[in-house]
Structure formats: C-alpha cells, structure tokens
Design a protein around this ligand. Structure first.
Ligand code: ZN
Length: 289
C-alpha cells in the first residue's frame, strides 16, 4: 500500500469520527426541542385547569350566598308564624315556608357538591403545577447540558479537522480530499475499500479482469482509482494465492473469458440494483468502460 492510499485510510478513520460528531450535534437540539414542547404543553394544561378552578370558586361563592339568603328567608317566615291570626293567612305562610325550606335544601346540596368539585380541582391544579415545575427544571438542565456539550463537540470537530489537515500533508490535494469526504459521507463511512481478486469489497460487484490488472499497477504507483459501480476509492489488496483464486471469476485469455464475461455482466447488472450504482458526481475517470 502506498503512502497516498495509507493517508486516505487514516483520513477515513478521522472523518468517520467527525461525521458521527456532526450528526450528534444536529440531534442534540432536537432532544431539547422535544422537552421544550413538553414544557409548553404542561404550561397550557396548568393554565386551563387554573381557569377552570377560578370558575368553580366563583360558582361556589355564588351558591353559598344564595343559600344564606334562602336560609334567612326561611327563618323570617318561621318568625312570622307567631303573628298570624287567620287560617287563610296561616295556610299561605305555610306554603311559602315549605317552598323556602325546599329551596334552602336544594341550594345546600348544590353548594356542598360545588365544594367537593372545588377541592378536586384544587388537587388537579396542584398536580399540574408540580408537573410544570419539574418539566421546567428538565428543560433548564437540558439547556445547560446542550450548551456544554455543543461547545465540547464543536471543539472536538475542529481538532479532527486539524488532524485531517496534518494527515493530508502534501500527499492529498484539496480537491481529492473534498471528493473523498463526500464519498465517505455518502457511503456510510466507507470511502476507500480493497479489491479482493476481482471483487470490490465496498459493493461486492465483480470488476472486469483488465480493469483489475490496471488497478494493481495504479495501486503500486499511488494513483487513485474509483469503483465504477459504487464510486468508492479502490485499491488492489495483495492476497495469498488461494484467496486470490476464490475472488477471481475470469481467465485472462480473451477466447475463454468471452462467454463467462457475458454471464458476469448480466449478474453485475442485476446486483447493481442493490447498490446505489455508479454516481457520476463522485467518481473520477472511468475510461475503458
Ligand atoms: Zn464498488
């Protein structure tokens, strides 16, 4: 393996860590937002319940007053009994007294029921208030944590970028680095992969034999080559003979290889659907295809 490819492999390690941190930086505020949304809901819930309680308190007060009035009216009718002279007057007063008693009883019931309702609502408001306080604390804590974490992660990302610069040295041009970063990002952290025999270990597709022979030369000379199927940077891995055979599917002689090569091609095409296929924005030159 030449220096340039070794650099790319080191860069890949650093870039993986950097991208993972960048993803986390993006996801951290999302968690805070989630907690903030919960806080908003808790605030709304507390406000609704408080409004309801205020309404109930008002109704309770009004019922209490009406009950006191009805009670006073009843007592006043009872006192009038002493001053009654005729049977007719007595009957009329008895009827008024009966009605006053019924009203008093009904208002007493309503007042007591409103009293229970008020106590139950007070309990709910207390609970909502506690929930609100605890959610407020969570958000505050989360915000503190997020700010600390973001600073820490941003610093680490900057460090990793400096590390990349150091690894690049004069081996890797800015242009190649830019391209390579995109590949690593798009290909799940795998931007440079070895070729075993004829097989690209990035996408598991079979490369034409002549391409692999050229690749071997390029690998030795420190030239960059891309997989025509998955666009990753590839290099020829030196394997022992058995391994090399296990990953080789074509013979060099064109007369024998012709039929097989056709089969392989069809296989490649069908497998090609599984991978994202050749991405012309990523790759380099693909002369010969
Ligand atoms: Zn590939």
């Amino acid at each position: 393996m030449n220096d340039k490819l070794e650099c790319l492999r080191k860069l890949q390690e650093v870039l993986r860590e950097k991208f993972s941190l960048e993803d986390q930086v993006k996801s951290i505020p999302a968690h805070l937002n989630e907690e903030s949304e919960k806080l908003e809901k808790a605030e709304e819930n507390y406000k609704n319940l408080s409004d309801k309680l205020a309404e109930i308190v008002q109704e309770h007060k009004s019922l209490a007053i009406r009950y006191e009035d009805a009670s006073a009216q009843k007592i006043s009718y009872e006192k009038q009994v002493e001053f009654i002279n005729t049977q007719r007057e007595f009957e009329a007063l008895a009827k008024q007294l009966e009605e006053a008693k019924t009203l008093e009883q009904s208002l007493l019931k309503q007042r007591d029921s409103k009293d229970s309702e008020e106590k139950a609502m007070e309990k709910e408001v207390r609970k909502a208030s506690e929930e609100l306080d605890s959610q407020r604390a969570i958000v505050e804590e989360e915000r503190g944590k997020v700010e600390g974490k973001l600073d820490e992660m941003t610093a680490k990302i900057r460090e990793l970028e400096e590390e990349c610069e150091a690894i690049k040295g004069d081996q890797i041009s800015d242009e190649l680095f830019e391209k390579f970063q995109n590949i690593v990002r798009k290909k799940g952290g795998e931007g440079i992969v070895p070729v075993y025999g004829q097989v690209c270990t990035g996408c598991d597709l079979i490369l034409p034999m002549q391409f692999v022979i050229d690749l071997q030369l390029k690998t030795r000379n420190g030239e960059i080559e891309y997989c025509p199927y998955c666009s990753r940077i590839i290099y020829k891995e030196e394997l022992d003979e058995d391994m090399e055979k296990a990953y080789t599917f074509e013979q060099l002689e064109p007369s024998k290889a012709e039929g097989k090569s056709q089969d392989k091609k069809q296989q490649d095409d069908s497998q090609g659907d599984d991978d994202s296929g050749f991405d012309s924005t990523l790759g380099g030159d693909f002369e010969g295809f």
